[in-house]
Ligand binder design. Structure first.
Ligand SMILES: C[S@@+](CC[C@H](N)C(=O)[O-])C[C@H]1O[C@@H](n2cnc3c(N)ncnc32)[C@H](O)[C@@H]1O
Length: 187
């Protein structure tokens, strides 16, 4: 989350309006809120995660506006945000092109979206390396490799992402593969 927040901060100016789509417990938004003077909104489909995110933000003494909603039909005006961020959730979107179009709609004209998620086409070697990074025992390594493999199989490939972005009004996009995932930066 620290790496993601540092990446996003590079694109922001003081008082920037940031939307985190699907924040879950809110770790990214909390981290970003501590890094600058931003106006941050988190929007999650799950009422439980909305409550958890609010509690976590209060505990960390940061001001984040947390609301419930679906990325496929967001309850925000057009041209509202300077930046939209989404991590580990895009693969869960039932209507990914609609979700991208919604992100574009709520972004201001010069706004940017960063989507970080797992990569469907990840190699066996990268899965093993990622599992090794966070595992202490042989069993843990096997278990994490298997878990990552299942998650990556359910995620999109670079080609699929490129194809989806082409069906939206985003004009520029860059997909960077990183470890077992990707960064999709689009304007
Ligand atoms: C694996 S969690 C990721 C949470 C957080 N972004 C992170 O990286 O820790 C996936 C989140 O996506 C949310 N989610 C799934 N579908 C959604 C949708 N259509 N609109 C908004 N949130 C959604 C879930 O409720 C959950 O909080």
């Amino acid at each position: 989350m620290r790496e993601y927040a540092e990446e996003v901060k590079r694109h922001l100016t003081d008082n920037a309006r940031v939307l985190e789509v699907a924040p879950g417990p809110g770790y990214f938004s909390i981290r970003l809120a501590k890094m600058g003077n931003y106006n941050i909104t988190g929007m999650d489909i799950s009422a439980d995660f909305v409550a958890i995110c609010k509690t976590n933000a209060q505990r960390e003494k940061v001001n984040i506006n947390v609301v419930q909603g679906n990325v496929s039909a967001m309850d925000f005006e057009d041209n509202t945000f300077d930046f939209v961020f989404c991590s580990a959730a895009f693969k869960n979107c039932k209507e990914p092109v609609t979700a991208l179009r919604e992100m574009h709609r709520v972004l201001k004209n010069n706004g940017t979206a960063l989507i970080v998620d797992m990569n469907h086409d990840v190699s066996k070697e990268k899965l093993a390396a990622e599992a090794a990074k966070i595992s202490k025992t042989g069993f843990e390594r096997w278990f994490m490799r298997h878990t990552f493999k299942v998650l990556c199989r359910g995620a999109y490939s670079k080609n699929e992402l490129e194809n989806m972005v082409q069906q939206t009004l985003f004009k520029q996009s860059e997909i960077k593969e990183a470890g077992i995932g990707f960064y999709l930066l689009t304007k």
